[in-house]
Design a protein around this ligand. Structure first.
Ligand code: GTP
Ligand code: MG
Length: 370
């Protein structure tokens, strides 16, 4: 929009209108809360408050209410968030099972992953890694895009007996678009017809040069069924994570992203949330997309009730008023009135977007995080 009222901008930013008016006055722009300001002034103000501007398109900006500018001395190391991607049946879930030492794949209906599974694994050195599993089926393109978006590292699983396939290539494109480092896991090397070298050569055609070919993308040969190469893969993840120096402030109101959500017959609306900064606690009031609520209970990936979840933790949250959409921002706010206000506002924005905007594409999803 060309112009926005101070009131509306305050809502979008999750700040008090009066504080904006005060800041505007200091900037030499005396206005009242109902008056409009132009886009340049709005952008200055947003930056002034330490928020980030996400340029959705040349004409529209979306405001990330996350004050991502937590002071450096508040930041503490956090576990890496690792998303597993690849073509259908290339062994993503099996590989994750092998890493977790559990068996989820055999429990899935027909062995086809239908959703993003989120798990946390503790390594022998006590460090933790959060894994997101994604479905390889072509119908789940949006989930791959979403996965790439919330992740620090992508593990591209390629079956050595099958090579690069359409969803492998799609995953490569999402990863590149999100600017996320990649580790290639060449799976099923136990199979007699496995051709790991052919996989490396095919990757070259997509400008992915693995270490084995003199490039800087780590590649590891693994077998999920024979459980070989897993230590090397974990080492590769740790090495990549060290380079990224991942940190977040755990001592602030929690913010994260809804990675999946559904309506449960018995428990009502449920959302799996990846906490990205701050610590989420039972009793916290939050907004998730256009839905609001109060955390009634939190359940970890082992099915245990937990009281709090810090940065990089995936948790299932109970206590939502409605089912949010995957990809929605999840933000803890000070009270329920505020939560409803933000939710209502977002609802208005979402309704408007739904009727006027083009369908959500991968391109504009990424653009919101550029
Ligand atoms: P989607 O979630 O549907 O995209 O599949 P996925 O990538 O999660 O594959 P999944 O783990 O379900 O495995 C697909 C099939 O490949 C299963 O029958 C697995 O047993 C088999 N498989 C997975 N890893 C290996 C491996 O390392 N070696 C062999 N021989 N088979 C494997
Ligand atoms: Mg799977």
């Amino acid at each position: 929009p060309e112009a926005i009222t101070v009131q509306e901008l305050a809502k979008r930013m999750g700040e008090r209108g009066a504080d904006l008016v005060k800041a505007l006055f200091k900037m030499g722009t005396p206005v009242t809360i109902t008056e409009t300001i132009d886009q340049d002034t709005a952008e200055l103000l947003i930056e002034e408050f330490g928020h980030r501007i996400n340029r959705v398109s040349e004409a529209d900006v979306d405001i990330d209410t996350s004050t991502d500018v937590d002071p450096a001395d508040t930041l503490k190391p956090r576990p890496p968030v690792v998303t597993i991607m690849g073509h259908v049946d290339h062994g993503k879930t099996s590989l994750l099972d092998a890493i977790r030492g559990a068996s989820v794949q055999s429990g899935e209906a027909g062995g086809i992953t239908q959703h993003i599974g989120a798990y946390q694994v503790q390594l022998p050195d006590k460090s933790k890694v959060t894994f997101l599993d994604t479905p390889g089926h072509e119908a789940f393109s949006e989930m791959r895009a979403r996965g790439a978006n919330v992740t620090d590292i992508v593990i591209l699983v390629v079956a050595a007996d099958d090579g690069l396939r359409p969803q492998t290539i799609e995953a490569i494109n999402h990863t590149k678009a999100a600017g996320v480092p990649m580790i290639v896991a060449i799976n099923k090397v136990d199979k007699p017809e496995a051709k790991p070298q052919k996989v490396r050569e095919e990757l070259l055609q997509h400008e992915i040069i693995v270490e084995d070919m003199g490039g800087d993308v780590q590649d590891v040969e693994v077998s999920a069924t024979k459980k070989t190469g897993l230590d090397k893969l974990l080492e590769a993840i740790q090495l990549q994570a060290e380079i990224l120096e991942l940190k977040a402030n755990p001592d602030r109101a929690a913010e994260g992203t809804v990675i999946e959500a559904k309506l449960d017959k018995g428990r009502g609306p449920l959302a799996t949330v990846l906490v990205q900064r701050g610590t989420l606690r039972v009793g916290d009031v939050f907004v998730a997309g256009a839905s609001s609520g109060k955390v009634r209970a939190m359940i970890n990936d082992k099915g245990q009730q937990i009281k709090e979840a810090g940065p990089s933790f995936p948790v299932e949250v109970l206590g939502l008023s409605a089912v949010p959409s995957a990809g929605d921002p999840f933000t803890v706010v000070e009270n329920e009135a505020r939560a409803r206000e933000v939710a209502d506002y977002r609802k208005g924005v979402l309704d408007k977007k739904r009727t006027t905007a083009a369908p959500v594409s991968v391109e504009n999803m990424f653009a919101t995080h550029a």
